[in-house]
Each structure stands twice: as structure tokens, then as C-alpha cells.
Design a protein around this ligand. Structure first.
Ligand SMILES: Nc1ncnc2c1ncn2[C@@H]1O[C@H](COP(=O)(O)OP(=O)(O)OP(=O)(O)O)[C@@H](O)[C@H]1O
Ligand code: SF4
Ligand SMILES: [Mg+2]
Length: 364
């Protein structure tokens, strides 16, 4: 099949605040606005942004846990909104989710073996022998011994519980795993083990990840590409190395500036951005970032910047740093990045080799 594994087109989710006859007059929370991106087989796309910017809502929309207000999600070119019965079941096998809290995402009354074989048993009957063999195999894949299959979640550590969550997600041989803050609740050393595990599994099984995290250290470690969200919208989407080496959107720059630096030789960028994220009920006109942006010009207060593709394979929504091709801008804060055609089918990913792993050491 040609084309991306996952294609998200103009995805939008508004939560109405109350109900009534005149729907247009009801205020809404604009959780996700016009979000588009692609994910290729075997790719890791990370989504970053401050709390409340819509990351988890995107994950829920991808998993069809909530219905979109607008836009489409396509898997291998098929719109998941139109799937019925068998096609829906087949699709559910292909996309799995790993949650933030490893304890609360596991049924406390089931053993580890039952937890990880349960998704398969929803599709087919397994004999006790088959179930044990499958559980042992999945436990091995996530670096745990078969003796663990009889343990309850309360008898496991946080890292072991998250490994179980991953084993459960793997049980149906998914093409894509959506991981929402999957390592945030874990100690730093356990985080590294789980991240290495995910990278290993990606290399062995070609799984694609949509990995949501507020931790830029983690993101830099594992992402092929990064989508930066602000107030429900993608403001920059770029290859990971390019984004960290040369953030273009002022908000991306601010996020990186605010993140702790793991590498002491790296120079910190300008001061992190100040102020609070505005309300998603009544976002600022024009560029939603303008009240906090040190580069804002008059146009930013009036006109929303479009996502513009620039030369190094990224898209950026900023009147100053990535002005639309026909608008001259004399206030660029850094060297001009040459523009591509505005209607380019952006957000496509040039496949990196799987051997191009970002982890220097494997600490398991
Ligand atoms: N079910 C809901 N009903 C109403 N508003 C919601 C609902 N779910 C999310 N929201 C709102 O949508 C916005 C985006 O929320 P979301 O959980 O997607 O953010 P997030 O980026 O995942 O944040 P965090 O980093 O804190 O997890 C927030 O303003 C949130 O309050
Ligand atoms: S469009 Fe204007 S306000 Fe928005 S990020 Fe760019 S410079 Fe700042
Ligand atoms: Mg969230």
C-alpha cells in the first residue's frame, strides 16, 4: 500500500460548555483545531506542548474514543469514521494505546498473563497451553520472565506494570501504538529502560508510534519528527534533529529554552516565554501566541498565520519566522528560510533508516 500508515486531516474537536437550542451561541472549548499530519510505518512522531494544548485529545480522536467535530483520520487510506463491524475490529487490532499511569490502566484482579492475553482472547479462543505460550512470549518481548505471568499488578513495580501495558498493546501485533505520557509517571532510570524497549520493539517489529510527552529530553531521544502544539493547533512540525538544532517558531524556541539541558556543553537559547496559556474557550485573535510572543507584529494580532512549508522539511505557522511566500517581511528574527510552494503536500516523512537509532547505549 502506498501512502502513509496514518493520515490526519484537519482534525478538530470542540467541547460545548452546556446545551441549548441555539447551538451556535453556546461557548465551546477549542481543544483541537485543524490538526493535520502523517505517520509512516516504523516512524515515531512525537507531539509536544504545554498542558491543555490538546495532545491527549488528539490521542483520543485517533483511537476513536471521542468523535471529532471535524476532520478525518485515515489508516492506510481508509477513513476510520466509516468503518463498520468487521472492518472496525480489524482496525482496532492495528492501533493500540499505552497509557500514562501504569497501575490504573491494568485490571488489579487479573494476573499479568491474563492482562496481556486478554486482547487476543477478545478475538479468538485460546487453550490454556496457547495462552501460557503467548503470555511467556509477550513477557519475553518486554524483558520479563515467564514466572511473572502469575503475578497481580499490585505485586509489580511501576516499570514492570508499564512493561505489561506495552506487552498488552503488542499482543495484537499492532502497526501503530499511541503512547500518551507513557513514561511520565516512572523514575528517570526506568524511563530510559522503557524508552529503549520501545525503540528495540520498533526496530524488530516496524511499529509506528505517536508518542505524546511534555518532556523534551524524552522526545529528543526517540522522535523522528516532532509536532509542536499550542492552544489546539500545530505551530511547527519538523524532523527531530532540525527542530532541536534550529527551532523556528518562537513558541518552539521558548519550549526548548525552558527545558532542562541534559548536555552541559549545549548553550541555552533565549529566555523562556512568559505568561499563561490563554483560554481555549476564547483564544486570542490572529496568532494565538501573540500575547506572549516577543516577536509579535501588528499582523499577528489580526491574521492567523498559515502553516507554511520551509526548505528543511518542516512546516511553521509564523508571520515573522515563516511568512507566506507572497508577503515580504522585514522583521525576521533569524536568517530567512527559503519557502517551498504553499500548497505542497506537507507533513510527509522521509523515512529514516531504522538502524539510525537515537540511543547511544542500551541500559537493559
Ligand atoms: N471531555 C472534555 N470536556 C471538556 N473539555 C475537555 C475535555 N477533555 C479535554 N478538555 C479540554 O480540552 C483542552 C485540551 O485538553 P487535553 O487533555 O487534550 O490537553 P493535554 O495537552 O493533553 O494536556 P496535559 O499535558 O495536561 O495532559 C483542555 O482545555 C481541556 O480542559
Ligand atoms: S505569528 Fe507573530 S505572534 Fe505568532 S509566533 Fe509568529 S511572530 Fe509570534
Ligand atoms: Mg494529556
Amino acid at each position: 500500500m502506498n501512502g502513509p500508515l496514518l493520515k490526519v486531516e484537519n482534525l478538530t474537536k470542540h467541547y460545548p460548555l452546556g446545551s441549548g437550542i441555539f447551538k451556535e451561541s453556546i461557548p465551546v472549548i477549542r481543544a483541537v483545531e485543524d490538526v493535520s499530519f502523517c505517520v509512516e510505518a516504523g516512524e515515531t512522531l512525537c507531539i509536544v506542548g504545554e498542558s491543555g494544548c490538546g495532545k491527549s485529545t488528539v490521542a483520543r480522536l485517533l483511537m476513536r474514543l471521542v468523535e471529532p467535530t471535524g476532520g478525518r483520520v485515515l489508516i492506510d487510506g481508509t477513513d476510520i469514521a466509516g468503518l463498520k463491524k468487521q472492518a472496525l475490529r480489524d482496525w482496532r487490532r492495528r492501533m493500540q494505546m499505552v497509557f500514562q499511569d501504569p497501575y490504573s490502566s491494568l485490571n488489579p484482579r487479573l494476573t499479568a498473563g491474563q492482562i496481556i492475553t486478554e486482547p487476543v482472547e477478545n478475538f479468538e479462543r485460546l487453550s490454556r497451553k496457547q495462552r501460557n505460550a503467548l503470555a511467556a512470549d509477550l513477557l519475553r518481548k518486554v524483558g520479563m520472565g515467564p514466572e511473572m505471568m502469575h503475578r497481580l499488578p499490585s505485586e509489580l513495580s511501576g516499570g514492570q506494570c508499564q512493561r505489561l501495558g506495552i506487552a498488552r498493546a503488542l499482543s495484537l501485533n499492532p502497526s501503530l501504538i499511541i503512547a500518551d505520557e507513557a513514561v511520565s509517571a516512572l523514575d528517570v532510570s526506568v524511563q530510559a529502560q522503557i524508552l529503549n524497549l520501545l525503540l528495540d520493539l520498533q526496530q524488530q517489529m516496524g511499529i509506528a508510534f505517536v508518542f505524546i510527552s511534555h518532556d523534551l529530553g524524552v522526545v529528543e531521544h526517540i522522535a523522528h519528527r516532532v509536532a509542536v502544539m499550542y492552544l489546539g493547533r500545530i505551530v511547527e512540525l519538523a524532523p527531530c534533529d532540525a527542530l532541536f538544532a534550529n527551532p523556528v517558531h518562537p513558541y518552539t524556541e521558548a519550549l526548548i529554552a525552558a527545558a532542562p539541558l541534559p548536555d552541559p556543553t549545549r548553550v541555552r537559547l533565549e529566555a523562556p516565554v512568559e505568561g499563561e496559556v490563554p483560554s481555549p474557550i476564547n483564544p486570542p485573535k490572529g496568532c494565538a501566541f501573540h500575547p506572549r510572543c516577543p516577536l509579535a507584529i501588528e499582523r499577528c494580532r489580526i491574521e492567523m498565520p498559515p502553516l507554511v512549508p520551509i526548505l528543511d522539511g518542516r512546516v511553521v505557522a509564523c508571520h515573522v519566522r515563516a511568512p507566506a511566500a507572497d508577503v515580504p517581511c522585514s522583521e525576521l528574527g533569524r536568517p530567512v528560510l527559503r519557502l517551498l510552494k504553499q500548497d505542497d503536500p506537507v507533513l510527509r516523512y522521509e523515512k529514516r533508516k531504522h538502524s539510525d537509532s537515537k540511543m547511544g547505549t542500551r541500559d537493559r
